[in-house]
Ligand binder design. Structure first.
Ligand code: PLP
Length: 335
């Protein structure tokens, strides 16, 4: 089966780059949601911990349970809050406060402009009251930026709103100590991180920035590469067609091989319509099948891509989608 190589050196390099910005490893929470953006939840948790990170972010409690042994603290973005000393749960709405188990540790998400999740800025007082009544332990207040990766001043008005949220929360809670956080990778690349209690670092740790080049403040290196193995090799005569629908017609005599990667592995079939050029410079010939692609090669192993940002540009999508869709069943190993 196709397989994934995880470059530990590049991962550690990226984490070091961000550590220089935050000034400490403790203020970085590595985002491991969705199978660590397709890189492999447990492998990336293990490597993060080996590097010295102590905090992680996932989507569900189930994910958290799998990686608990590697971290002191895990933030869970989208699951019902329950009591667990090492996990805090994001409250995305006032309803989430109702649903939370009494005594659970929570972080209140405030909507500062993205209008996806979080309570309205006007609901802060009501939410804090609900949290107290429900005897929830408030660990933090957070928000998420909608345009940190675009060339605009949007990020700045949202940060301003968050400053207002902070002031409001601090004045209501008086001397209770909680943490505030709003930075994802793009915000961390654009702004100083020195005063942040925590950054929630996703895509940057995996080696990508979707920001315009002028923000290339850190030297990031891709962590994941996708490989496929040769199944069978044959000779094509000029004019013979390849694959479903016979969409590729050999312009000359060719040596071609099938490789064991397909849309069943998370490599989109729509990729065949653009003739995706793999890392080795070869186009995928004809349509992508469920388990196979065809290339003009007879190598035993070929690298399909080693830079999801470039692969995403070819396919008119973002690096996040290219890696995240790679199926869990693919074997992942560090190099
Ligand atoms: C996914 C996610 C992040 C990480 O975003 P990147 O752009 O990958 O750094 C941070 N915070 C929240 C709430 C998220 O959902």
């Amino acid at each position: 089966m196709a397989f994934i190589k995880i470059n530990k050196e590049n991962f550690f390099h990226n984490l070091s780059e961000f550590t220089k910005k935050t000034g400490s490893k403790e203020s970085i929470a590595i985002v491991l949601k969705d199978n660590a953006y397709g890189h492999g939840l447990e492998l990336m948790a293990k490597l993060s911990s080996e590097f010295g990170l102590t905090q992680a972010v996932v989507r569900t409690y189930n994910e958290a349970k799998k990686i608990k042994k590697y971290f002191k603290q895990i933030l869970i973005l989208g699951d019902r809050a329950i009591v667990d000393d090492s996990c805090s749960f994001v409250l995305n709405s006032l309803e989430d406060i109702e649903k939370a188990q009494i005594g659970s540790m929570v972080e209140l998400k405030v909507d500062t402009g993205m209008h996806r999740n979080g309570i309205a800025m006007e609901e802060i007082e009501e939410a804090l009251k609900g949290i107290e009544e429900k005897e929830l332990i408030l660990k933090g207040v957070m928000t998420h930026n909608r345009s940190a990766d675009e060339l605009s001043s949007e990020l700045f008005w949202q940060q301003k709103n968050f400053e207002e949220v902070k002031k409001n929360v601090v004045s209501i809670l008086s001397n209770k100590k909680i943490r505030f956080h709003s930075f994802n990778s793009a915000s961390s690349l654009r702004l100083s991180c020195k005063n942040e209690d925590l950054i929630r670092l996703g895509i940057g740790a995996y080696g990508y920035s979707e920001l315009p080049n002028i923000y290339d403040s850190l030297d990031l290196k891709p962590v994941l590469s996708l490989w496929a193995k040769r199944i069978a090799t044959r000779q094509l005569k000029k004019g013979e067609r390849v694959g479903y629908g016979g969409t590729f017609i050999a312009p000359k005599c060719m040596t071609i091989s099938t490789y064991d990667l397909g849309y069943g592995d998370g490599w989109m079939r729509s990729n065949s319509f653009n003739s995706f050029i793999i890392a080795e410079g070869l186009p995928i010939l004809g349509r992508v099948s469920m388990d196979y692609v065809i290339l003009e090669s007879n190598k035993d192993e070929v690298c399909i891509f080693n830079n999801a940002l470039n692969a995403g540009k070819q396919l008119k999508t973002i690096s996040y989608e290219i890696t995240t869709q790679l199926h869990e069943k693919l074997e992942r190993g560090e190099i």
